[in-house]
Design a protein around this ligand. Structure first.
Ligand SMILES: *Cc1c(COP(=O)(O)O)cnc(C)c1O
Ligand SMILES: [Zn+2]
Length: 389
């Protein structure tokens, strides 16, 4: 193994903190991000060696924070297919359309990336109990990796979360608390329990390593396209960890000289029923205002205020991207369109197709653009949205 992580730095105040001990937030309250010795990675790793490496996200181990190979808990996550969708793309005026299909990860969503990295690093640092609020899929992924690693996982989730999520948390032996209300209420429960019980809080962006795992999504897209970034990537944002991860990935690749062109425009979408990040983007704000009474069939997007909203908005603006809300009806329609093209999309992932169509109509995307949609999870985790319940 050989991680080239050098320290952690606060995304708000810039303070540097030691990565060799457990860290949650910066003393100022800001989220921490990994800082790597990128020059050393670029000279230690010939890009041409990568194709021979393990087909999981751990092929980028130098750009991940786990220091000892023996600490890695891997169930085969990552290196999911990036599929060209010419016929579907043609129909919406985007012939160079691609889908990164994250439904093929363990537990059926891209949450596996953050959980694999976060659990591996927690175990390496000697942490025994981790706790998190979840809209559903993060809980399932952390429960699964926690089981594989022998860590105790404590999860609080809205009682309204999909039944599949509760079932998988129980299958993997997590301690589950059901909460009346949204993920924010679940967050308050976890916050209190962590203070009382001394558990380690792994809430979205409140520990530094989940986002490091999600970074591999961006690294893979670049590698799978021959180290040429697409023109745009459309991401369904809830807490926004994935889009922050892709942004960090592209920045690191450019700094290492591995990306042959400019970083892609990062575009986020949310459901019109709960769209605090879209509203903040449209208003030109640096942070979002909490969204009241959010409702959507895309449970992963039902986040009334993302903790790292300022980073999501910075990622979108810095890359010349944009933000757009789509309705739940558009999402249902796009689940069907994906299905007809052989892709079993979750509602969150389907939102990216609806957004692509609307952005093409609006003129924000052109027929020459290479556009990558992130299907964040498998349709099979949402039997209710499929009409199977
Ligand atoms: C969690 C989740 C999202 C949102 O991810 P963030 O990184 O929190 O923005 C999107 N889709 C699915 C399926 C999810 O589980
Ligand atoms: Zn700080």
């Amino acid at each position: 193994m050989s991680s080239f992580v050098a320290y952690l730095s606060c995304a708000r105040c810039g303070r540097a903190l030691d990565h060799r001990v457990p860290q949650g937030l910066c003393p100022c309250g800001g989220p921490l991000l990994g800082d790597y010795d990128l020059d050393a990675v670029a000279s230690a790793v010939p890009k041409a060696d990568l194709p021979a490496r393990v087909p999981t996200m751990w092929r980028y181990r130098e750009l991940l924070p786990v220091e000892d190979a023996g600490s890695v808990v891997s169930l085969g996550e990552g290196f999911t297919p990036l599929l060209p969708m010419p016929a579907l793309g043609e129909r919406i005026g985007l012939p160079d359309l691609w889908v990164k299909d994250e439904g093929l990860n363990p537990t059926g969503t891209f949450k596996a990336r953050g959980a694999a990295c976060g659990v591996s690093r927690a175990r390496e640092l000697g942490i025994r109990h981790v706790a998190l609020p979840t809209a559903g899929n993060a809980g399932g992924a952390w429960a699964c990796y926690g089981a594989a690693a022998g860590l105790d996982v404590h999860v609080a989730m809205p009682a309204a979360a999909p039944s599949a999520n509760r079932a998988e948390c129980e299958l993997f032996g997590a301690d589950v608390t059901l909460v009346d209300g949204l993920i924010s209420e679940a967050g308050r429960v976890i916050d209190r329990q962590c203070r009382e019980e001394g558990w380690f809080d792994v809430s979205t962006m409140k520990e530094p390593y989940r986002v490091e795992g999600k970074k591999t999504l961006g690294l893979e897209i670049a590698e799978q396209l021959g180290w040429m970034a697409p023109d745009a990537i459309i991401y369904p944002a809830g807490g926004g960890v994935g889009v922050i991860g892709i942004w960090l990935a592209m920045r690191q690749l450019r700094q290492m000289g591995w990306l042959e062109n400019d970083a892609p425009r990062l575009i986020i979408t949310q459901s019109a029923g709960c769209a605090p990040l879209i509203r903040a983007f449209e208003q030109g704000s640096e942070e979002s205002e909490p969204w009241r009474d959010g409702q959507t069939i895309a449970h992963g997007l039902r986040v009334h205020k993302a903790f790292a909203d300022f980073l999501v908005l910075r990622a979108v603006r810095e890359t010349g991207g944009t933000a757009l809300a789509v309705t739940d009806d558009d999402i249902r329609e796009s689940i069907r369109s994906f299905g007809q093209a052989g892709i079993g999309a979750c509602p969150e992932g389907a939102a990216t197709l609806a957004a692509a169509e609307a952005l093409r109509e609006r003129g924000d995307l052109s027929s020459r653009d290479r556009v990558v949609l992130i299907n964040t999870g498998s349709a099979l985790k949402y039997p209710d949205a499929l009409g199977a319940d």
